[in-house]
Design a protein around this ligand. Sequence first.
Ligand SMILES: C[S@@+](CC[C@H](N)C(=O)[O-])C[C@H]1O[C@@H](n2cnc3c(N)ncnc32)[C@H](O)[C@@H]1O
Length: 349
Amino acid sequence: MPLDSPQAFPAQLSRFPPTRYMGSKEKLLGPIWDLASTVPHDSLLDLFSGSGAVAYLFKTQGKAVVANDYMAMARTVARATLVNNRVTLSDADLDRLLSDHPHPDGFVARHFAGLYFGDAENRRIDHVRAQITGLECADKWALAMAALIRACMKKRPRGIFTYTGRRYDDGRRDLRLSLEAQLREQAALLNDAVFDNGRAHRVLCADAMQVMTQAELVYIDPPYFSPLSDNEYVRRYHFLEGLARDWRGVEMQWHTKTRKFRSYPTPFSTRAGACAAFERLFRRHRESAILVSYASNAQPTKEELLALLKRHKRHVELVEVDHRYSFATQGERAGAIKNGVREYLFLGR
Ligand SMILES: C[S@@+](CC[C@H](N)C(=O)[O-])C[C@H]1O[C@@H](n2cnc3c(N)ncnc32)[C@H](O)[C@@H]1O
């Protein structure tokens, strides 16, 4: 299936809100489905769900899906678009979300003044956070929080929080739209993505190394380790992750200019850690078909990964896809790597 043939998919797939999340496989859904559909399966475990695009693809294909990611922002989006089969936000819900709350805690206005957004926007974010807290329906909570996260991402030049100020502001529409307009737009997009495939889905927010859930097909798309670029999700998205978990349970690094918090530990931050983690995941899920996304600029190398997978799977297939990443995937220090990265898909059965 050619990469650019979304018409080959159920129309519902085009309703997944586009994302600039680092490493999103949104543009690779064609090859992923092409390969995945060669193994019979009824259920999918997406161990590193990120933007939620792959989990959503399998939902549109009628599968029962479990999505996991250790980022609370990923859990929020998956709750809103995967687990949620029918709830949407009404105009009245949105009016309420965008109205002043009597007791906002002022956390964003106080701690992020002058960093990412203007004072009025920070105050509005605090009001919306407070209004979201009052939502009793978990699906509405997830939709509203996902809309706020997406609105803040859209309003941020480059969609990341690794720098302060607005030095990359190129005047694009997303940056010019008010926060309120962005929130309404994102809520409408998320509403549109809600549908029921007749199956029950689950979302987890755990270290993938601890997830014992099984499924007939397991999709593994961890951060790619490279000595040339960092692959830290918390460093890029700490503000959005902070929104999703209300800055609870994180280790704030108040001395940093960006007011980030400590990254969550992951074995994929070193070469040796990544090798050992792949080995453990392949062993644990050896009774399932295993689909792995990988890239040519990552370590261990493609050959090493192939050898690791072959230890546990009798038949291993490798598909190479040319893939132009969105800029954020390269990391700021990876200037040497231009965006012609080869993407690999491994299928072990
Ligand atoms: C390459 S991205 C996944 C992208 C996803 N397939 C998509 O299409 O958007 C890697 C994800 O792994 C998550 N992650 C990193 N280490 C993890 C760990 N130990 N356990 C669970 N998730 C982890 C990150 O938060 C990030 O969302």
